[in-house]
Every structure is written in C-alpha cells, then in structure tokens.
Design a protein around this ligand. Structure first.
Ligand code: ATP
Length: 138
C-alpha cells in the first residue's frame, strides 16, 4: 500500500470543511495514519513548496499557507496518491470537475494564490519527502 500527505489549507479550515475532506477520504476507503492541526511555519512551507520557489505565486502562497491553521494528514491505501488527487480535482477550483472536493466546494481564486482547500502529494517521491517534513520520524 501507498501513503500520501494531505493538507486541508487555511481556506478549508476557515470554512469548516476539514471534516468534509476527512469524510471523503474515509468514505473512499483510505485510512488515516497521522493527523494534526497546526499553523505551519514559513520555513517548513519553503521546504514543502521548494519546487515552486521563484514562481510569481510562491511568496503569496507561503504567506497564505502560514496565515492560519492547517490540518495535515497522512493517509494510506492502494494507489491513494493518484486516488486522492482525483478526489481533490483540478488545481483551479473553477475548472475542477463537479464531484471532486475542489469542484464541489472550491470557489475562491486569485491571481497569485489559488485557495483550493486541499493539497495532496503528486508522486511517491513527493509523498515520502512531504511526510518527512510534516511528520518527521513517522
Ligand atoms: P497541491 O500541490 O496543493 O495539491 P496542485 O498539485 O494541484 O496543488 P501545484 O502545481 O503543485 O498544484 O501548486 C501548488 C499550489 O500552488 C496550488 O495548490 C495552488 O494553491 C498554488 N498555485 C499553483 N499554480 C498557481 C498559479 N498559477 N497561480 C496561483 N497559485 C497557484
């Protein structure tokens, strides 16, 4: 089985959607392995989003992600990396398919930050790297 790092971003937290995201993860059949609510430090977010460093949305994204509580979860299940990304839907909430988290619930977007409720790892390598950032030693 596979593991993925899922984040409910500050917009999802503020809108009270954390339970809904976790409900969809469990309804799909994935297992929660770790779960924590915290306001992430900027330094951690720089590591988390290292691949986007230098892009125009990088600093605004880090600022947004450190603006309030985030729920970090490690989920487990067969092909859960691809599976959670399907549950999340496309990055842009307006383009995300209805039925997905972003397609059903996402509505805020901006030029510099996409307030798209969730993050999910995009590969086994990213998942291992991100799990080590958010839950060192897990
Ligand atoms: P995530 O990694 O959070 O699941 P993603 O894989 O769909 O999202 P990435 O390309 O990895 O998208 O971008 C990471 C995050 O950066 C996005 O979720 C979004 O919040 C923000 N982002 C990405 N592209 C843009 C953009 N063009 N403008 C503004 N924000 C963006």
């Amino acid at each position: 089985t596979e593991r993925s790092l899922v984040l409910v971003k500050p917009d999802g937290h503020a809108r009270g959607l954390t339970g809904e995201v976790l409900r969809r993860i469990e309804a799909k059949g994935y297992t929660l392995v770790a779960l924590e609510v915290r306001v992430p430090e900027v330094e951690m977010l720089h590591r988390h989003y290292a691949e986007h460093e230098g892009k125009p949305f990088f600093e605004p994204l880090v600022e947004f992600m450190s603006s309030g509580p985030v729920t970090a979860a490690v989920i487990e299940g067969e092909r859960c990396i691809e599976g959670f990304r399907a549950l999340a839907g496309a990055t842009d909430p307006t383009a995300a398919a209805p039925g997905s988290i972003r397609g059903d619930l996402g509505r805020d977007w901006g030029e510099k930050v996409q307030k798209n409720i969730v993050h999910g790892s995009d590969s086994p390598e990213s998942a291992a790297r991100e799990i080590d950032i958010w839950f060192p030693g897990l």
